[in-house]
Design a protein around this ligand. Structure first.
Ligand SMILES: [Zn+2]
Length: 301
């Protein structure tokens, strides 16, 4: 078994802010995942402010009797120059494909206990963010400032060890890839866009690659004013028809509204007993749009 702390220096060369984590037999609620002080064996406070360790610090870690049992973590965000997409469980993969729409450039990637992580280059202001899936260990997260991630070759309490995908580690793959546009849109600081920028955006015809992230930011912006989901849906439809080339499907718009408003009851799954007219009335959309939603099957928030 590789000692994870023994690999810390190779990450330090990448200027990653690595730090020791407790071992998988630590008697805490999440063993193997929490920053730890190797001198005392206790969880560490204030780890969010740590930087890239010096080689002397790493030597001191290695000389601790606790080192062979410890895991290795890395602060994400500005300090290490990377953000991670944390994809957990089948639910995380569903969220990923819904948001990415195929825009997932190959990059550094490793396997975790219950999923995988894709590493992208950090950009100023990208914030950490969690999109929840259906189960407890199901979801998609952007790990950026203020977060840390368990990294290979750390051990997992119940699953396989954390491991780089073949050819996708920083030493063989080459430069880390830039963050895809949809991640930048999702994780950009909120409220940053000025009124003029919104007007510009709304007046700009938008093609493939730009439609989904723009609809997502528009929905999130409107949801910030606590508008009724039905109103947001109607506004998204209008912009989609006017500017998107080609327009996105009604189902996707409905999903985006459900996500942005965090309203788990909206849109409710169209029941096969509902007529297009009833769905149109409930969602405030045209009968043609309701027909499309019904034809495309279930919709979940
Ligand atoms: Zn612990």
């Amino acid at each position: 078994m590789t000692n994870p702390i023994g690999t810390a220096a190779s990450y330090q060369e990448l200027q990653w802010a690595v730090l020791p984590l407790c071992g998988i037999h630590h008697g805490c609620a999440t063993p193997g995942k929490v920053p730890v002080d190797l001198a005392t064996g206790r969880h560490l406070s204030g780890w969010q402010q740590r930087g890239v360790p010096t080689l002397d610090e790493i030597d001191a870690w290695l000389s601790s009797p606790l080192a062979p049992r410890a895991n290795l973590g890395c602060l994400t965000g500005r300090v290490s120059g990377v953000v991670a997409l944390d994809i957990d469980g089948p639910g995380g993969e569903v969220l990923l494909s819904r948001h990415a729409q195929g825009d997932l450039p190959p990059t550094w990637e490793y396997r975790t206990g219950g999923g995988r992580r894709l590493i992208y280059r950090y950009e100023e202001g990208l914030r950490s963010l969690k999109l929840s899936g259906d189960g407890e260990h199901e979801g998609l997260e952007v790990l950026s400032d203020g977060r840390q991630m368990v990294i290979p070759p750390s051990h997992h309490k119940t699953g396989p060890d954390y491991a780089w995908e073949p050819g996708r580690d920083p030493w063989r793959f080459g430069e880390v890839s830039p963050c895809p546009l949809w991640v930048r849109e999702l994780a950009k600081p909120q409220g940053k866009r000025t009124t003029e920028a919104w007007v510009d955006l709304l007046n700009t015809p938008t093609g493939k690659g730009g439609r989904h992230p723009t609809l997502v930011s528009l929905a999130a912006y409107l949801a910030g004013y606590h508008l009724d989901p039905t109103v947001i849906f109607a506004l998204l439809q209008a912009w989609n028809e006017a500017r998107c080339q080609p327009p996105k499907s009604q189902t996707e718009l409905a999903q985006i509204v459900g996500w942005a408003t965090k309203d788990s009851t909206w849109p409710t799954t169209p029941s096969s007993l509902e007529s297009p007219r009833e769905v149109a009335k409930r969602l405030g959309c045209s009968i043609e749009a309701a027909r499309q939603i019904l034809a495309q099957g279930t919709v979940s928030a």
